[in-house]
Design a binder for this molecule. Structure first.
Ligand code: ADP
Ligand code: MG
Length: 485
């Protein structure tokens, strides 16, 4: 768009993460995705008269973990409130949420941006609430079907300050949030299944201004790419409106990823008054110091910290460190591996190379990788000790080990005859053959084309299927060339 750089983009995100607890937030019903509709619904979920909510302690714990990971302040006295509105898939007629006392206040999400470097996007709050059920509109069906399995599934809502200045930064925030919730093991982060959902508030203002424009809220984008596309589209739409002399009205719009267009849902004037009031059936919950301490102690080392450790302690390049701290399963494995070898760069290369390729081929993830860290360490030390060549190890031995994970790397290498041949007697015969069948090359070598040594090495490796020890091989070739003058 022509005038795009005359405007500053302002975005604030509201990210909902479904918490991966076993049961729902106020009832013992199973919290499972994809079950037969309306099978995880007790009388509490159905809001039968006289039923009372009972808070799932794990929900508080998970929310606190997220807050600690984001350096938020943890609220000690948590009061739950009713947010009143009618929703066909919410039988209670209200959502049981937090209003004035969100469990986490402040904090930040750190992102790395191309234009502004490393920045912290401030959080306004993280609060706990419950999900609604799902309305299902099927083709050829004139009634709407309702599945209440999702009603009462625990959520945290992460609300950022309007600190984001581009769609790329917004995408980076969602990516980082997904990484953190997965690391903490509190949410599977699956946006397609709706475990992680994002609403984006978007406004524009003339570059250099400090007065924010009216914001438009974009609803429920189900992938990170859609978050970015929806914001880009909304910015274009707003610029066009402003340029043609119109005003931006505060409204809520839904983005349609199939058409790339958005549609207005409701304007600010139509906004509900939710009439929040404290839930009378749930007493305020206090977060005591010992509990907080316990949760703090149980926190895993977070990706940002791991990255620094890998770079500083293990002297790995940033690229390696980012990859190795990408998921908990990868970093857990790598951490274990680094207890068994001090060859950190080799360990990293194995993870980023053969291991990653194998996982990609299988469509598997690290959590189901068949080899133990011990086996990988054995493999690394076989190469380190010159017993197996890297090429042979990565192309043959590695796959053989995966097929037979109980056998040690060395045993398997011996069994499959993949170990390096250091025996120069055997090599001499092979070298003799090669030199005999290339008399012109030998002559050229002696006439000064010394780099033909590389070609002889290549032939030797081919003949020995890569099993010749490179050092012995080179020595043997040089020795034999002198004899073949
Ligand atoms: P509301 O009163 O409409 O709920 P809030 O101030 O609570 O608005 O903010 C809701 C979300 O909108 C937050 O993520 C916040 O960062 C974002 N936001 C607020 N004002 C703007 C703005 N002018 N432009 C973009 N985002 C904004
Ligand atoms: Mg608000």
């Amino acid at each position: 768009m022509q005038n795009r750089d005359q405007y500053e983009i302002v975005v604030g995100l509201e990210i909902h993460a479904q918490l991966a607890t076993e049961s729902k937030i106020y009832a013992a019903d199973a919290n499972l995705y994809g079950n037969e509709p309306n099978t995880n619904v007790s009388v509490i979920t159905l809001a039968h008269p006289g039923t009372m909510p009972k808070l799932n302690k794990k929900v508080m714990e998970y929310a606190i973990k997220m807050g600690l990971a984001c350096q938020s302040n943890i609220t000690r006295l948590n009061i739950f409130c009713r947010k009143n509105y009618f929703y066909p898939d919410s039988p209670k007629g209200f959502q049981l949420t937090q209003d004035k006392t969100p469990i986490c206040v402040g904090g930040k999400i750190d992102i790395n941006t191309p234009t502004r470097g490393e920045i912290g996007i401030r959080l306004n709050r993280i609060h706990i609430e419950e999900d609604a059920g799902k309305s299902i509109h099927q083709a050829n069906e004139k009634d709407t079907l309702i599945d209440l399995n999702r009603a009462g599934v625990p959520l945290i809502e992460i609300v950022t300050e309007p600190d984001i200045r581009s769609s790329e930064e917004a995408a980076a925030v969602v990516t980082e949030v997904r990484k953190i919730v997965r690391f903490l093991g509190i949410c599977d982060g699956n946006m397609e299944e709706g475990s992680l959902r994002c609403d984006a508030n978007v406004s524009i203002m003339p570059r250099g201004s400090d007065r924010f424009g009216n914001k438009v809220e974009l609803k429920n984008m189900n992938s990170i790419r859609n978050v970015k596309n929806a914001i880009d589209h909304e910015v274009d739409r707003q610029i066009q409106l402003v340029e043609s002399g119109e005003k931006i009205i505060s409204e809520t719009r839904t983005y349609n990823p199939n058409t790339g267009e958005s549609q207005g849902m409701r304007t600010k004037e139509e906004l509900n008054d939710y009439r929040y009031f404290p839930e009378p059936d749930l007493s305020p919950v206090e977060v005591k110091e010992e509990w907080l301490e316990q949760i703090r102690k149980d926190m895993p080392v977070l990706p940002a910290e791991l990255k620094v450790k890998y770079m500083e302690e293990y002297q790995l390049p940033e690229y390696d460190a980012s990859f190795l701290s990408e998921t908990r399963a990868i970093s857990d494995f790598f951490n274990e591996l680094c207890q068994l070898t001090t060859n950190y760069k080799a360990a990293s290369n194995w993870m980023m190379g053969p291991v990653k390729s194998w996982l990609n081929e299988q469509g598997a993830d690290m959590a189901t990788f068949p080899l133990t860290a011990t086996r990988m360490a054995e493999l690394i030390s076989l190469i380190n000790d010159g017993k197996v060549n890297f090429t042979i190890a990565s192309q043959q031995l590695f796959k053989a080990m995966i097929a037979e994970p109980e056998t040690s790397a060395e045993k398997l290498a011996k069994k499959l005859k993949l170990t390096v041949q250091k025996d120069s007697g055997f090599l001499e015969e092979v070298v003799d053959e090669i030199l005999k069948s290339n008399p012109d090359k030998v002559k050229a070598y002696h006439n000064g084309k010394k780099n033909l040594i590389g070609m002889f090495m290549g032939e030797l490796m081919k003949e020995t299927k890569g099993k010749a020890d490179p050092k012995t091989a080179k020595e043997t070739i040089l020795k034999k060339l002198e004899q073949h003058k």
